[in-house]
Structure formats: C-alpha cells, structure tokens
Design a protein around this ligand. Structure first.
Ligand code: FA5
Length: 342
C-alpha cells in the first residue's frame, strides 16, 4: 500500500476509536512489527539507494507522526481527562438502576396470612372463583328458596345451568371451597383457602371484587375451643398485642353455632370514627361446621366435627395497626402515590 493511502486510512480509522482496546489494535495495525508501515519499509528494499533514502525518510516521519497521534489519544482516553470521559470507554460508573417494584399490599397481606397459619398445619389451597351455585349455596345448607341467599348479593354468570349443580356464579365467598375440600376425601382437613370473591356492593367498606381467606379444620373431636384458640392466635400474630377481638352470635346457615368476629378499629382504637362508626369492625364469620355441610362433603357428622371461619383479606389488612386506610377502594385504584407507601 502506498504511503499516502496508509495515512489517509489512518485518519479515517482514528475517527472511529472509542476505547483503549481499539487504540491498541490500531497501534499494531500501523506501527507494530507486521504493520502497514513495516510492510511499506520492506517494499522500498527493491528500490535504488537514492529512492530508498528519500522514501525511507518520508515513511519514518509518517511512522513518528502516527505514533505521536496514538500516544496523544491514549493520554486522553486513559484518564488524563475527566472521570466521565474515561468511563465512556471503561463503563465503570454504576448504571442507573430501574425503579424496583414490590408486591401489591393485598399480595403482601396474603403472604403474611399464609405464614401465620402454616405452623398450625393449615395448607393454602385455591378453589374455583367461578363456581356452581351448588357449592356456593346448596351444599352449604342454603336452599334456592332460602332468604339467606340475599345477603350474598351474587353475580350470576349468563350461561346454561347444570342439571345437578344449578347456575354458575362469581363465588361471593370462599366457603364454596369447604365442600370441594371435603370431597377430596382426605381427612383430617386443615385448609386455608384464599380466593377472589365478587358481590354487588361498593362503598368505603365494600368492594365488588375482594379476597377472602377461609379456614377449615375437620377432625375427630374438634370443638369450639379449637376455633377460639385459632382466632386468638391469628389476631395476636397479625394485629399485635394492642388489638382485641370479640365474638358475636350470628346465624350463618353453614355453621352452628355461628359467630361474627370483630376487632377494635385500627384508626380510632375503639372510640368510633368515620370508618368504623362505633369502634368495632367486622373481620368475618366463623362457627362450627353444620352437620348438613359435612354430609354434603361425604363426611359422617357422628364421627367428625369441624370449625370454619372466613375473613376479608382487604378489611383484615386495613385493621392492622399503622396502615390508616380510610377507604377500602384505595386498595384497587392502582394509584402509585398510595401503593408506594406500603
Ligand atoms: C361470609 O362470607 C362467610 N362465608 C364467612 C364464614 C366462613 C362464616 C366460614 C362462617 C364460616 P360475610 O358475608 O360476613 O361472611 O363476609 C366475610 C368477610 O368478608 C366480611 O366480614 C368482610 O371482611 C369480607 N367482605 C364481605 N363482603 C365484602 C366486600 N364487598 N368488600 C370487601 N370485603 C368484604
């Protein structure tokens, strides 16, 4: 290659250099042992002495010039300049971290609830969120004509009903899982069913879509003290020592006796406020499994007894000390200003 072509190529290559490694390769290419300049010097061996002298001098001057340019650029690249200029090539500065997300508070609450019940032997299970009327009501001792059905403000699915199981529903409570679990035929049962539920309700205390967690224990000799002990254990572990629970007699069709479980409000600690009105907030229902429900699950009520409870995940979380959420709908609004606080 002629000297002028070598120099013009060198100029072009120089513009593309963006790292010390690339610069080193260029040094080999132009001034190393087997470089273009070395080849040019070999070429002149064939020329006359006069020509050799003249061209040799030019080639050596060009070599010197190339070396100087390379050294100059090297100084610039290797830190004689600012840290950021150097970093452009070495990429040593830490990169910008992408914003880290976290689990939604409802998922956090579910994880915490599962962890609390695990040591008692309750295993998390899931049952259909779209289910047959049979499991949501009939099997739970609520026949189609019974007025107690109204309380569940149910969404019905617009689909053909099944002859045996009736219509399909967005299950209004996780109690539909009780008979599903019993029909698996494995006793004893320690189930923690957590699923989405739907009801035709919406205000500061009610969502159309919410989660419930349902505990069910079936075994020989289960009695009401096991239920009370389990609820107290949960309240102590989830809410902390400052919170109290109370049981109020109630009339669920699928438990006998039945209770509503209340906890003193986490916002006003029992004084009464906009959220709770009278100081207590309902967490959910509980009771001893009704013999008819055991029968629907093919379990003999003369041998086995059980307790069950069903709480709303969102309400339970809102009652936790320190969360101070005064409208349940905030939980589903997906407003980052709200969600990032938890
Ligand atoms: C039931 O759903 C019964 N299945 C609970 C039960 C299970 C009783 C096992 C006995 C044995 P209730 O309708 O009260 O009960 O609802 C239970 C809890 O779910 C409520 O206390 C509340 O915490 C939550 N909940 C109910 N409806 C809504 C709603 N629309 N939005 C948010 N949470 C709700």
């Amino acid at each position: 290659m002629e000297l002028k072509d070598i120099l013009s190529q060198f100029k072009d290559d120089l513009k593309k250099i963006d790292s010390l490694d690339a610069l080193e390769l260029m040094r080999f290419k132009y001034v190393g042992k087997k470089s273009l300049i070395a080849e040019a010097l070999e070429e002149i061996a064939k020329l006359s002495i006069e020509e050799k002298k003249a061209l040799g001098k030019k080639i050596n001057e060009a070599k010197q010039e190339i070396k100087e340019k390379i050294n100059e650029l090297q100084a610039g690249l290797s830190g004689a300049k600012s840290e950021s200029a150097q970093d452009l090539f070495y990429k040593t500065l830490p990169g910008k971290k992408p914003a880290a997300g976290h689990l939604h508070i409802i998922s956090q609450a579910i994880e915490e609830i599962v962890d609390i019940f695990k040591p008692l032997g309750f295993t998390r299970v899931r049952h259909p969120e779209i289910d047959w009327e049979h499991f949501a009501f009939e099997a739970l001792n609520i026949p189609s004509t019974h007025p107690a059905r109204d309380e569940w403000e149910t969404f019905f699915i617009d689909a053909l009903p099944d002859k045996k199981y009736g219509r399909q529903v967005i299950t209004p409570h996780t109690s539909n899982g009780q008979v599903h679990e019993m029909l698996r035929g494995q006793l004893p049962i320690r189930m923690l069913g957590i699923s989405r539920c739907g009801r035709r309700q919406e205000d500061i205390n009610h969502l159309q879509t919410f989660f419930q967690f349902e505990g069910l224990a079936v075994d020989k000799g289960i009695n009401i003290t096991h239920l009370k002990g389990t609820l107290d254990y949960f309240a102590k572990n989830f809410f902390g020592p400052g919170r109290e629970t109370r049981l109020r007699p109630y009339d669920f069709r699928f438990t006998e006796p039945s209770f509503e479980v209340d906890i003193n409000c986490g916002l006003c600690l029992g004084k009464g406020c906009k959220f709770c009105k009278e100081g207590w907030v309902e967490l959910g229902g509980a009771g001893m499994v009704h013999p008819n429900v055991l029968r629907a699950g093919k379990i003999d009520p003369n041998i086995y007894t059980g307790f069950a409870f069903g709480f709303g995940v969102e309400r339970t979380y809102m009652m936790k000390s320190g969360t101070k959420i005064d409208d349940i709908r905030h939980l589903l609004n997906n407003d980052l200003r709200f969600l990032e606080q938890f």
